[in-house]
Design a protein around this ligand. Structure first.
Ligand code: ADP
Ligand code: MG
Length: 344
């Protein structure tokens, strides 16, 4: 049944896509490129090959525009300029920026601050931002000093009739939208497809995916979640999204070793330290890829038990994989189970 598997992510826990049809088919176009330090991929069905070059260009332009606005790696991005200014006066921002920050603050509050876009000073301290990696484990005083510069309560979006503003009430507040950028950009790709009159598409940026409609074989697009350990791309679960977004956060993909310890790039804002627990991946399906991408990070920070109770409380569609001894144990909420396709 699984004709053509396309690996979406290079390593670790991956969502991989079941294109379900011959990739050389004239009916199905596959486009890809790079953005935000990761890979984007768009597959569309029923679109003439002659549109490919123009589509490819429109996609890249859209993503480059997002990156130029939201990146903390580009010193001249809109976000970097907001981070650099020590002014606590409201700064005018685009609808785009106000939108992502508003949603990030909302999800942050729902995760009791586990997903916290003001975690930037800690991300930088632990060497996952544009600053260099530390040579030694940061000490308690450094962690406390960085932590004092964080907190969702210090960042505000002000909506007015003539525009919107972003305001920080700590001069050194540093906003990091890295964790939600992929989901945000994925939603933009979906919107771009709709604007182009295309409604059978599967779009992804990094670990965030959204699909709608059917592939060239007239079957719904399917997204598979890979088992974390298997070298072969063994499928743990397959889902049909139909306009929903899906995103996976995993502790396996981005880390380094410091003083003999494995340092994850996901930081627990409460402790100011990288997460260490048995939850190895969290996958969320939500009405938008942005929401899925925000929640998966929050769940990852919380760890298996707290994540489970939050998922049940908010009726989220979530899938968690935890390590117990040498084994991987998975758990899914009833809302996630509703998306899962039974093996044929
Ligand atoms: P993953 O796909 O593994 O979840 P992401 O790339 O989505 O990883 O997000 C990780 C990045 O998010 C980090 O490199 C850091 O910039 C930022 N980050 C780390 N911890 C948090 C947190 N608790 N809340 C929000 N952003 C975080
Ligand atoms: Mg995320």
């Amino acid at each position: 049944m699984m004709n053509n598997k396309i690996n979406l992510l290079v390593a670790g826990i991956a969502i991989f896509l079941l294109a379900g049809c011959d990739s050389h088919s004239s009916q199905q176009l596959i486009m890809e490129g790079k953005t935000m330090g990761t890979v984007w991929r768009v597959t569309v069905a029923g679109v003439d090959n002659t549109r490919k070059a123009a589509l490819q260009q429109a996609i890249q332009q859209r993503l480059d525009a997002d990156d130029a606005e939201l990146s903390t790696w580009k010193p001249d991005s809109v976000l970097s300029r907001f981070n650099q200014t020590r002014s606590t006066a409201p700064q005018p921002v685009s609808d785009n920026m106000a939108d992502i920050v508003t949603q990030a603050l909302r999800i942050g509050a729902k995760t009791a601050g586990a997903m916290d876009i003001t975690v930037g000073p800690l991300v930088n301290l632990w060497g996952f931002g544009p600053d260099k990696q530390p040579v030694h484990t940061p000490d308690k005083a450094q962690i406390e000093a960085a932590k004092a510069q964080t907190g969702l309560q210090h960042l505000h979006v002000i909506q007015g009739v003539n525009g919107q503003w972003l305001q920080k009430d700590l001069p050194d507040l540093y906003v990091d939208l890295s964790t939600m950028g992929e989901g945000f950009a994925t939603d933009h790709l979906a919107r771009l497809m709709e604007q182009q009159g295309i409604n059978n598409y599967l779009v992804s940026v990094g670990g965030a995916v959204l699909s709608r409609g059917r592939n060239a074989n007239n079957q719904p697009w399917r997204v598979a979640i890979q088992k974390p350990t298997d070298r072969e791309s063994a499928v743990q679960a397959r889902v049909e999204l139909q306009g929903h977004g899906i995103s996976t956060s995993g502790s396996y993909r981005n880390y380094y070793e410091l003083d003999g310890k494995r340092i994850s790039h996901v930081i627990d804002p409460a402790s100011g330290r990288p997460i260490v627990h048995k939850l190895v991946s969290a996958t969320v399906i939500a009405p938008t890829a942005l929401e899925a991408d925000g929640w998966d990070t929050g769940l990852m920070v919380l760890g298996t038990e707290k994540a489970q109770s939050l998922v049940l409380k908010h009726h989220l569609a979530a899938y968690l994989i935890s390590k117990q001894g040498d084994k991987f144990v998975s758990w899914m909420s009833p809302q996630f189970a509703a998306f899962v396709i039974k093996p044929d």
